[in-house]
Design a protein around this ligand. Structure first.
Ligand code: ASP
Ligand code: MG
Length: 401
């Protein structure tokens, strides 16, 4: 089998930890597998390099930032290769360019355009462990680019796709994806398996485990991800294609997003083009609108509610205030949060939403907004009920069983 391992910053955060990774890779090699390793910079390293640049400039050029930041991953790749060689395992460290990763021109947030795996394949055929510096590539004119924070997960998935690897194991200090945040509900359980779509909806539960963009790419390339801990031998969580057994499970997890603020625009003229105008203006200001609700109108007026990230509330307020026509007024509330119940089983079962509403009602938690998709029910509730709502829902779907 060909397996891509990806080790995050904490997993390679010290020389001892790099040694530990070398031991793990050696073990995987002994099991008879071909291994390509993608590494992050040692934890804290990328931030330190950013601070160095800020010593000289508030607005350092992005091209040079990429030169700078890409060095963190190279250090780890080279050290890991040396550690493996010392253990008697042939290994070769590569930059993103050497691994054949071509990106577009957007420095500090580049997209991978293609990967030419020829060089990696030749080294694998030669019996070597290939160790690739994550988070980087080059653009068409040969400048180093980086892929955005957390981007070495993306490198790993893209490389696994290009090499048609059997799996992409992403190692961090967490041993998988849990049914909800264990700090809120200690009864949260680690999941064995979750579909790409569920993982994307449960992004907040995976935040410390893997970058969301990499899950999107894995879905597109059909790369099987296994989220594991480099500090234990626990099984981990597989993130892959949806299967029929998964549909038998009603709900797989409960996510919480505290970063929500609610805007209600009152007495909006109910005529064509008003929503278009409001949301076009919000989009022009780069405000990320999440949930939207419009009520049936009475007397030609309606109320329009939507949510935005808390940090964008002031901006959203200014946009609405700039409407001197067709609206009655507005209410703002930044002490709300969004709890979401996610599961592919919802596609084929009814009553999933009702269970959530009843459970929250029993706790006297008022639901201020609701939105649903094929595999998700999201509810806006007052921030002060955030943790209670999560525990209540976790319990309502027996996720601790
Ligand atoms: N070192 C980069 C960062 O800290 C990339 C990564 O770790 O994935 O964002
Ligand atoms: Mg990371």
């Amino acid at each position: 089998m060909l397996i891509v391992h990806k080790y995050g910053g904490t997993s390679v955060g010290s020389l001892e930890r790099i040694e530990n990774v070398a031991t793990r890779v050696a073990k995987a090699r002994e099991e008879g597998n071909d291994i390509v390793v993608v590494v992050s910079a040692m934890s804290g390293e990328t931030n330190k390099l950013i601070e160095y640049a800020q010593h000289f400039s508030d607005n350092p050029s992005k091209r040079e930032m990429d030169m700078l930041l890409s060095s963190g991953e190279r250090v780890t790749a080279a050290l890991l290769a040396i550690a493996l060689q010392e253990k008697g395992y042939p290994a070769v460290a590569m930059t993103g360019r050497q691994a054949g990763i071509l990106t577009d021109d957007s420095h500090t947030y580049a997209r991978i355009e293609s990967i030419d795996p020829t060089a990696m394949k030749a080294e694998i055929a030669d019996g070597k462990v290939v160790i690739v510096s994550g988070f980087q590539g080059i653009n068409a004119s040969g400048s180093v680019t980086t892929l955005g924070r957390g981007g070495s997960d993306l490198s790993a998935v893209a490389i696994a796709g290009a090499l048609k690897a059997d799996a992409c194991e992403i190692y961090s200090d967490v041993d998988g994806i849990y049914t909800t945040d264990p700090r809120i509900e200690p009864k949260a359980k680690k999941m064995d398996f979750i579909s790409y779509d569920e993982m994307l909806e449960l992004a907040s539960l995976g935040a410390k485990v893997l970058q969301n963009r990499s899950v999107e790419l894995a879905k597109k390339l059909n790369v099987k991800i296994v989220a594991k801990s480099s500090f234990s031998d626990a099984e981990g969580t597989v993130i892959g294609e949806e299967t029929e057994e998964m549909e038998a499970v009603l709900v797989s997890g409960i996510a919480l997003d505290r970063n929500q603020a609610r805007v209600t625009v009152r007495d909006v003229s109910d005529k064509p083009g008003i929503a278009a105008e409001i949301f076009t203006k919000l989009a022009e200001e780069q405000i990320n609108v999440d949930m939207i609700i419009q009520n049936a109108s009475a007397d030609g007026k309606t109320n329009l509610g939507f949510t935005v990230p808390q940090s964008e509330l002031t901006q959203a307020k200014a946009v609405i205030e700039s409407f001197d026509h067709d609206i009655g007024g507005m209410d703002l509330d930044d002490s709300v949060c969004k709890v979401s119940v996610v599961g592919v089983g919802m596609k084929s079962h009814s009553g999933v939403a009702a269970t959530a509403f009843c459970a929250l009602a029993n706790e006297n938690i008022n639901i201020e907004m609701i939105s649903t998709s094929e595999i998700k029910v999201s509810m806006i509730v007052s921030e002060k009920y955030a943790e209670l709502a999560v525990r209540t829902l976790h319990n309502a779907y027996n996720l601790d069983k």
